[in-house]
Design a protein. Structure first.
Ligand code: NAD
Length: 476
């Protein structure tokens, strides 16, 4: 049985806790009980982290690509060795199933390995100039990064926030979600144990608005990287303007899924239902609005509800569990509000629509049908295990509905018609599109959205370049 670890911030390579600091209780979402206490940063802690980050950047920007690659490779190896412990702690603090948490560790391993290679390919170029003259374009690390990661992927999000800046030669101060600190600390510890200097990457926790205001107001910080809701993202983007920070914003979504009559409906259902219920729907690219061509609607809805109702919900550590609890008390409350509102607006409840048990934050897989556009859930990211199924007459109406919202993160479509697939790829307003697949991410693929879903990408060469600035030197 895993023991949940003692928690401390990591500032300038040292664990920091106690000393009369405020504390945050970490809750196991499967029981609702506290499993640990997290120290929260005071202003002096943040100032210490900023001073270290400035020092760390001065040091790390001079590192060779091979040194950075060795750290990332070493951390990847350590995370493979520590996979089971890291994954179990993530289940204890976040609720997802153990297989999902294990995969999340491997996602970070893959990303660190990718960046270990990619950081050795930060090429510049030489411009054509008359003989005797020269102009070169080079890429330099942007500087110390303030990175904010949410609780839904407690291992993967910190991995993204740390991997790219470290590969680029930046220093990072990471504030991961206070709900899931052990996972973030484990990712950082793997990097430190692999030889990363303690002033290059640090972890602080605190009252989120206090920490973000303090860090973003400092002249030390040169970049903001945020993953979370659009509302908080807009607030942080405003703060980042004062110091003209570079930004990578990975914000909310409201994933449309267009299902056409010419699709392989059974394959689509077998793929999209588990994808919808992954991490209890608390995924920014979760498929949410299923826009189904009228003539296959009844079949699709019946198949969806049947599969969702059969999903086994329980403690993420129980091997029989297919979906764990929601991550915190706010989520089932949001589900109750959104689902009651939708039913009040005339939606049909096909399955679920209620909490499970009176311990922890369990909510039943829920399917709503024929939900009017006026319902809050048609406009607000539900971030939970609820699918909205609506019939639509044709492709044009489906694309129009898919693009109706200001979000543009992930969109999915199921159709066997190759010409239609090309029209959808061109017409859907989203940063990531899955055609007959839900696999829309990978270490080598840019992950990010358009419109209110944010800007800039993580992962892939794009994620690395988001941590670099361009410098052109002209020699006469
Ligand atoms: P929230 O919007 O308050 O917080 C979202 C994340 O931002 C959390 O990790 C939180 O710690 C952080 N945060 C909040 N205020 C901050 C601040 N001033 N400075 C820095 N970080 C701050 O609410 P929540 O209840 O945690 O989540 C609610 C909604 O957030 C969800 O419904 C979902 O829409 C969105 N969300 C999105 C993602 C994602 O992957 N894009 C992840 C988690 C939550």
């Amino acid at each position: 049985m895993t023991q949940y670890p003692a928690l401390a911030m990591m500032i300038d390579g040292e664990p920091v806790s106690g000393g009369g600091r405020r504390r945050h209780a970490v809750i196991n979402p499967a029981t609702g009980e506290a499993i640990g206490h997290l120290p929260l940063a005071e202003a002096a802690d943040l100032d210490r982290a900023l001073a270290a980050a400035a020092r760390g950047f001065a040091r790390w920007r001079k590192s060779t690509a091979a040194e950075r690659a060795a750290v990332l490779e070493g951390a990847a190896r350590l995370l493979v060795e520590r996979q089971e412990t890291v994954a179990r702690n993530a289940v204890l603090e976040q609720g997802k199933t153990l297989p999902e948490a294990r995969l999340e560790v491997m996602m970070v391993v893959g990303l660190f390995r990718f960046y270990a290679g990619e950081c050795q390919r930060i090429y510049g170029r030489t411009l054509v100039r008359p003989e005797g003259q020269r102009a070169t374009v080079t890429h330099a690390p942007v500087g110390p990064v303030a990175a904010f990661a949410p609780w839904n992927f407690p291992i993967g999000n910190p991995g993204r926030k740390l991997g790219a800046p470290i590969a680029a030669g930046c220093s990072v101060i990471l504030k991961s979600a206070e709900e899931t600190p052990a996972s973030a600390l484990a990712v950082l510890q793997a990097l430190l144990d692999a030889g990363l200097p303690g002033d290059v990457a640090q972890a602080v926790f605190g009252v989120p608005d206090e920490v973000s205001r303090h860090l973003l107001a400092s002249p030390v910080i040169r970049k903001l990287s945020f993953t979370g809701s659009t509302a908080v993202g807009k607030h942080l983007a405003r703060l980042a303007t004062d110091n003209m920070l570079r930004t990578t914003m990975e914000l909310g979504g409201h994933g449309p899924v267009l299902v056409f009559a010419d699709a392989d409906i059974e394959r689509a259902l077998d793929t999209v239902v588990p994808h919808k219920l992954r991490n209890a729907g608390q995924v920014c690219v979760s498929p949410t609005r299923f826009l189904v061509e009228q003539r296959v609607f009844d079949r699709f809805a019946a198949g969806f509800a049947e599969r969702a109702a059969a999903f086994r919900v329980g403690d993420g550590l129980d091997p029989a569990t297919q979906m764990g609890p929601m991550a915190n008390a706010r989520r089932p409350e949001a589900m109750e509000r959104l689902i009651a509102d939708a039913q009040g607006a005339g939606a049909r409840l096909l399955t679920g629509g209620e909490r499970i048990g009176n311990r922890g934050f369990f909510y039943a897989p829920t399917v709503l049908a024929e939900v009017p556009t006026s319902a809050a859930i048609m406009n607000e990211e539900p971030f939970g295990p609820v699918a909205i199924l609506n019939p639509l007459p044709d492709e044009a109406a489906m694309i129009e509905e898919a693009n109706r919202l200001p979000y543009g993160l992930a969109a999915y479509a199921w159709s066997e018609d190759a010409r239609r697939q090309r029209r959808l790829a061109a017409g859907l307003e989203a940063g990531m599109i899955g055609l007959n697949t839900t696999m829309i991410a990978g270490a080598d693929a840019p992950f990010g959205g358009v419109k209110w879903s944010g800007h800039g990408a993580e992962d892939g060469p794009e994620g690395l370049h988001a941590c670099l600035v361009t410098k052109t030197v002209h020699e006469g």
